[in-house]
Design a protein. Structure first.
Length: 630
């Protein structure tokens, strides 16, 4: 396969314009973290049709600058403008950002991933058939059409290759036809030919579709280097050069750094950018103090690659290149429809809800109803069923009944909460990327995620409880269904608790620690482990989200139990057996002893309040997390 590039090929080098002129500027951007300067007065500008490369050693600030341009980081000073207007949420919709890491759902195929993106991020006015065609066209042009039905994969179950994933990330952004495309190290991890082909395609895209394409790159080959229109050299957060690529080597020679003919200019540049402090200081000082520095806005408008004039007639763009060539492009209705929709959410709440539900169901089904999960639940239920097999109707076996209820509720509380925390953390990367790209509303995500998982989350507890309940012979049919309902509500409340912790804690380990500690406290406070809490602290059990379902289930299963005669073993639990050996113990006595004194609706109400509270707080925590940077 030949990797040679014909840079005299107009299609490859890009000379056509199909949309109005755009100038993106970052002016005097300064970013610092904890008083450590990361970017120091960096200014760049780019116009459409240009391919701009950011080069610099690792840690020089390339990603930080891309993040700042994309609005993912707020600079301490300086600003980012598009055509002179400060970038805000609306203008950022014109911008696509391909992150350094490719974050996807590993279990989805490439087709499903692209289909989801196009359905939520493209306006509803575009027919589905057109969206599907758009996916296929982009997959074709970036050379991944053959793997549309391959799953994305991860390190455990590989799917797409690294290069294919990178191109998938680029297609996800290109689907919305952004005017500006930012890419953080799109060639990292790719072999020479794949990387070169990718840069060729970006170059072609910038030229043919008239986009501003800005990307960071570590070590471009000589062929790649000559495709860049503009170049930013960063060293220790300062600009060592920014301008036309063709001006760079003459400029460096002027300030005392001559690149020999036989050198790859990129290697030469990286060599000087990685040299000692004094050389870097010389370079950055020379650039900031350069004579006759061209004002930034002129740097963009004077650039040769945008020396084009644009005229728009009815339904066609007529383009004149300054030289001789005249080209006419049919107005692209697909692009136009996207442009019209840049000022609001691309799709309605119901479409976002529908598509996120569609994806959640596909992703969660494998996770929650995994064969191991089912086996684990069934084995545990059978073991409990055997240990508590057909519990006899005697007073000393009351502890066993309550013990079985306690284990059941505790098991599903821990299970649902931890599953929610870990699942949430595993998809956090994708969600963060999509929400920051304004693909959908946080509320649509949260509602779809919560409702879609309901049937999946509830399946295993139903199987578990059915096996354990009937093996232990806890009670009759109606009590089974009512107590099962309470168990399911309790599981949902625990899942909501997990979502809330997952949304609030960036650190998964801390989230698990927090959830573990809180659930243990809730178990202790429930009154089923100890009843020796001080009287002044007795109200605390109502704060336990486990006390309410346990109390409700105990009421359902014990309140109408047949009266049981005292025996010598029951005197500890029921002091009345001491004074009168002929007395019988009723369900009411048992419940009173366990501190369950309220009617059942009070406990169910308490449980529902916790359920709703956790869900609402989870949604608030997510919204705060993804709040738009100013
Ligand atoms: N939140 C942060 N807290 C502390 N330091 C940070 C933070 N973010 C970035 N930095 C530091 O800022 C510097 C620039 O980081 P940045 O990721 O922008 O570099 P880069 O040029 O993209 O590097 P690479 O090529 O390795 O991706 C690094 O030294 C990094 O450690």
């Amino acid at each position: 396969m030949s990797c040679a590039v014909n840079c005299h090929d107009p299609a490859m080098c890009g000379t056509t314009v199909v949309s109005p002129k755009l100038v993106l500027e970052a002016v005097n951007v300064t970013v610092a973290v904890n008083d450590i300067s990361i970017l120091n007065g960096v200014s760049i500008s780019a116009a459409n049709g240009e391919l701009v490369a950011f080069m610099g050693p690792s840690g020089s600030g390339k990603t930080t600058l891309l993040d700042t341009i994309a609005g993912r980081r707020t600079p301490q000073s300086g600003f980012v403008k598009l055509n002179g207007t400060p970038m805000d949420g609306k203008l950022r919709r014109k911008l696509g950002f391909v992150l350094q890491e490719d974050t996807f759902f590993a279990d989805l195929t490439l087709w499903e991933t692209l289909y989801f993106t196009s359905m939520v991020r493209l306006p509803e006015s575009i027919p589905k058939a057109e969206k599907v065609q758009h996916i296929e066209d982009l997959a074709e042009s970036l050379g991944v059409k053959k793997c549309l039905n391959t799953r994305i994969g991860d390190m455990f179950n590989p799917g797409l290759s690294g290069g294919e994933k990178k191109r998938a990330s680029i297609i996800c952004e290109l689907l919305t036809d952004p005017d500006i495309l930012l890419l953080d190290e799109p060639t990292s991890g790719l072999d020479y030919c794949t990387a070169l082909t990718l840069v060729q395609r970006l170059k072609k895209l910038a030229g043919e579709k008239n986009k501003i394409i800005i990307f960071s790159i570590h070590q471009p080959s000589s062929q790649m280097y000559h495709m860049f229109d503009k170049l930013l050299l960063l060293a220790q957060g300062k600009v060592a050069f920014f301008g036309d690529r063709s001006d760079l080597l003459p400029y460096l020679e002027n300030v005392g750094f001559k690149c020999e003919m036989q050198y790859n200019p990129a290697d030469f540049l990286m060599g000087i950018l990685k040299s000692d402090e004094s050389t870097i200081k010389r370079l950055t000082d020379a650039f900031s103090n350069r004579d006759g520095a061209t004002p930034l806005k002129d740097m963009a408008t004077n650039d040769k690659s945008v020396c084009l004039s644009l005229a728009v007639t009815n339904n066609a763009f007529i383009l004149e290149e300054r030289d001789t060539e005249v080209q006419i492009f049919e107005h692209n209705s697909f692009d136009q429809k996207i442009v019209e929709e840049t000022t609001k959410w691309p799709t309605s709440f119901s479409t976002q809800f529908h598509m996120i539900s569609w994806r959640t169901f596909k992703v969660s089904r494998g996770r929650i109803l995994h064969l191991y999960e089912l086996l684990q639940s069934m084995i545990l239920a059978v073991i409990l069923g055997l240990v508590f097999f057909q519990i006899p109707q005697t007073i000393d076996s009351i502890r066993d009944r309550m013990g079985l209820l306690f284990i059941t509720v505790a098991h599903w509380t821990f299970g649902a909460a931890f599953d929610a925390i870990t699942a949430f953390s595993s998809e956090r990367g994708v969600i963060t990327k999509e929400i920051k790209a304004k693909a959908y509303r946080v509320s649509a995500y949260y509602l779809a995620r919560t409702l879609t998982e309901l049937p999946l989350v509830l399946t295993l507890p139903v199987f578990f409880y059915a096996v354990a309940y009937w093996m232990a012979g806890l009670h009759g049919v109606s009590q089974f269904f009512v107590s099962l309902l309470v168990l399911l509500l309790s599981t949902l409340s625990a899942q909501g608790f997990g979502y809330m912790i997952g949304a609030a804690c960036m650190d998964v380990k801390f989230g698990i620690f927090l959830a573990n500690t809180t659930i243990l406290f809730a178990l202790i406070l429930s009154g089923f482990i100890t009843q020796t809490l001080p009287a002044w602290f007795s109200w605390a059990k109502y704060l336990s989200f486990i006390f309410h379902p346990l109390s409700a289930m105990s009421l359902i299963l014990l309140q109408d139990m047949q009266p049981l005669p005292c025996n010598t073993l029951s005197t500890d639990m029921f002091p009345q057996c001491l004074t009168n050996a002929t007395v019988v113990i009723t369900g009411k006595d048992v419940l009173l002893r366990a501190g369950i004194t309220l009617p059942i609706y009070c406990y169910i109400t308490g449980l529902v309040i916790f359920l709703l509270l956790f869900r609402i707080l989870g949604c608030v925590a997510l919204s705060v997390r993804f709040k738009d940077p100013k």
